[in-house]
Design a protein around this ligand. Structure first.
Ligand SMILES: [Mn+2]
Length: 257
């Protein structure tokens, strides 16, 4: 059911100092020109916290919309340049979200980041950890899952990316309006993760910890058998990130006490 590739563990740095062992996880920034404060917060995060970390995982929906790597998308150029600069000192990994699933190899090369499959499983300390964006876990939203299947199909993507940018923009706008209207009618619970899907996915992947975003409901949830589900927060209005340092997770989010 779930495809995944084991991720090679980042190679420990020679003579690494404790400050360099930190691993950071973020998602759901939804960067967009209509929210310049989030872009500023992210640029600041890159220059400070992320620069001191060994690895930064971006688990999807970094961008509110991504129409293809050929889009000059000037509003993102500062962020892309800053990320590229960051990549010289911090390893960068990116997993697609439901907004930026068209991020491709061209962008990965420009920024010097590695694209990850959803889900990706790897060993962190003594724990097996799965990373996901989180939309796959919202299995009660059948309409969305069907839509996801369609737009993740390589043939659909090839056709879409072959269209002129203005046409892609128009399609994206129409899809956003449609999903916005539909969301008003969907019950809150439908748009959250399905607990059985979480349990089954963790069992299938054989992991102790699941880290995901998408729902914008940050928190660390203890599960049976000492397992944990960690949900990342969005960046509206405050930055939000998960840190792994010296074997411990800390979720830094103003909504989590
Ligand atoms: Mn999402």
């Amino acid at each position: 059911m779930c495809r995944w590739k084991p991720l090679p563990l980042p190679v420990p740095l020679e003579n690494s100092v404790p400050e360099l062992s930190e691993i950071l996880f973020i998602s759901d920034l939804h960067l967009h020109q209509s929210q310049p404060g989030i872009t500023e917060n992210f640029l600041n995060f890159i220059e400070t916290r992320a620069r001191r970390a060994r690895v930064l995982y971006i688990l999807g929906d970094l961008f509110e919309v991504w129409l293809g790597d050929d889009d000059p998308a000037q509003e993102y150029s500062r962020v892309l340049d800053a990320l590229h600069h960051l990549s010289l000192s911090t390893e960068l990994y990116f997993m697609h979200g439901n907004r930026d699933f068209l991020v491709g190899e061209q962008l990965a090369r420009r920024v010097n980041l590695t694209l990850l499959e959803d889900p990706t499983v790897f060993q962190l300390g003594s724990a097996q950890v799965a990373l996901m964006h989180g939309d796959l876990l919202c299995s009660d939203d059948v309409d969305y899952q069907n839509f996801r299947k369609l737009v993740r199909d390589p043939e659909w993507q090839q056709n879409f990316l072959a269209k002129p940018l203005t046409e892609r923009q128009a399609i994206a706008n129409a899809l956003r309006e449609k999903s916005g209207a539909e969301m008003q009618h969907k019950k809150n619970a439908i748009m959250d993760v399905n607990p059985q899907t979480v349990e089954q996915t963790m069992k299938n992947l054989n992991v102790d910890i699941l880290i995901h975003g998408h729902t914008h409901r940050p928190g660390i949830q203890p599960l049976a058998e000492n397992k944990q589900r960690i949900t990342l927060g969005d960046w509206h209005p405050e930055p939000s990130y998960l840190s792994w340092n010296n074997g411990e997770f800390t979720l830094v989010d103003s909504r989590v006490v």
